[in-house]
Design a protein around this ligand. Structure first.
Ligand SMILES: *Cc1c(COP(=O)(O)O)cnc(C)c1O
Length: 421
């Protein structure tokens, strides 16, 4: 800084102009690939306050407002997602690191029950933990286990069914040969198909294992709990021990914001806590006891403002609308020549496969169609591999998507798939 405000402003404006000129072409619109890209009014307003106030949300002593707001926003989230009201919670960067937090609490508890203090002693010489996931677990569940020293290749992967759900019968077979500390990570919402692991049956199976922990990766799927007609999909999730989800996907609060919840607050804090003499702890909720971050922005402000403004009905409408639009796109595509919908469209995910006219290499053609739609610019979606086949992956979670957007997107896809164009 030069100390001359006009010169500072000139330089800041020039830098912003450079940023916009160089990177504008790399921004995305009408995104049905990974997530939302439309800022809500809540994000625009409360997000600006977050930046303007620049509160450090780590400790109560640094920002009583950030501590209080995250406490209230977290309680509202538990109510909305119908999770145990006395569970502890934190706002990590996203569901991926939420998985790491939940699984760290799991590691703490299953080893404490076996007489081992993992935070103090690490894993050298510790009783062996067996970690179990579905064969189609999200990549971040495996990286979380990798961070925790449980070894991504030592994880036991249970077979999945045609929709990508963990098979509870196979879980039973796998567990029959195991005893001792056990962590099972199940999924509410397969990243490709949107399908839910049979969480009730998984919890039934685990009831026979005294030292087991059930973690749910529900990055977007847990939000089904907010819609009465979808609630059956999450049946049994309340029986788990920890849960991770995203606020920046379906709640549309803007990056970066996840939500992690642990039934046992002591375990949650034991797995995350740090102490140092200069840190003024204890005056109230210290957010950093619940996430991996220390100093960070006050993520809870936008969550609070979004929930306060949308209310339960508004969130329900948002989630339900996205699911309706996914079905609408699937219905438009279904039945067109050479177009196949690969998954049961029960949530907001659609997997599409394209076969060229006259037959031919459907994998290559599917990737080609995805590339054409991306280049066309009407909407953006990615490709994926689904049970050995290439597929277009559509995921609707942007609050601002309309029926007209869905129809334009379906038209653009059909056009890209028309042979000879
Ligand atoms: C998106 C997603 C994640 C990771 O969430 P981030 O927000 O990227 O941290 C984890 N699990 C599932 C099922 C997801 O869809």
């Amino acid at each position: 800084m030069s100390g001359r405000p006009d010169a500072d402003v000139q330089r800041a404006l020039a830098a912003a102009a450079d940023l916009a000129r160089d990177y504008l072409g790399g921004l995305s619109e009408r995104h049905v690939g990974y997530r939302e890209d439309g800022a809500t009014i809540h994000q625009r307003l409360a997000g600006r306050l977050t930046i303007a106030w620049n509160q450090n949300a780590a400790l109560h002593a640094l920002s009583p407002a950030a501590a209080g707001v995250e406490q209230v926003a977290g309680e509202w989230m538990l109510e909305l997602l119908d999770l145990p009201r006395d569970a502890s919670f934190g706002f990590p960067t996203g569901a991926g690191l939420g998985n790491a937090v939940g699984l760290a609490a799991a590691r703490h508890v299953v080893l404490a029950r076996a007489g081992w203090d993992v935070e103090a002693r690490g894993l050298y010489g510790a009783p062996e933990i067996r970690a179990v996931v579905g064969a189609e677990a999200h990549a971040t569940a495996l990286t979380a286990l990798q961070y925790l020293g449980l070894g991504r290749e030592r994880v036991i992967a249970v077979d999945t069914d045609d929709q990508g759900r963990m098979r509870a019968d196979r879980l039973g077979d796998v567990l029959a040969s195991l005893d001792g500390p056990l962590i099972v990570c199940a999924q509410a919402g397969n990243v490709n198909s949107g399908a839910f692991d049979p969480i009730g049956s998984i919890a039934d199976t685990l009831a026979g294992y005294p030292n087991a922990w059930l973690h749910i990766d529900g990055a977007f799927g847990l939000w089904a709990a907010t819609v009465p007609r979808l609630r059956h999909l999450v049946a049994g999730v309340e029986r788990a021990d920890s849960w991770s989800t995203d606020a920046h996907k379906w709640l549309n609060v803007g990056y970066d914001c996840g939500f992690v919840t642990v039934r046992d607050p002591e375990a949650h804090r034991a797995a995350m806590s740090a102490t140092a003499a200069y840190l003024l702890q204890g005056a109230g909720r210290d957010n950093w006891e619940y996430v991996l971050d220390s100093s960070r922005r006050a993520r809870g402000f936008v969550v609070w403002a979004t929930l306060r403004s949308l209310g339960r009905d508004g969130v329900c409408a948002l989630v339900e609308r996205c699911c309706d639009l996914a079905s609408r796109i699937a219905d438009r595509l279904r039945g067109a020549d050479g177009v196949e919908i690969l998954n049961d469209v029960t949530l907001n995910q659609v997997l599409v496969r394209f076969t060229p006219g006259g037959g031919g290499d459907a994998d290559a053609f599917t990737r080609e169609v995805v590339g054409r739609v991306q280049a066309d610019g009407t909407a953006w979606m990615g490709s994926t591999a689904w049970h050995g086949q290439a597929a277009m992956r559509i995921s609707v979670s942007n609050w601002s998507t309309t029926e007209a957007d869905a129809d334009r997107t379906a038209e653009a896809i059909l056009e890209a798939a028309t042979p000879g164009t």
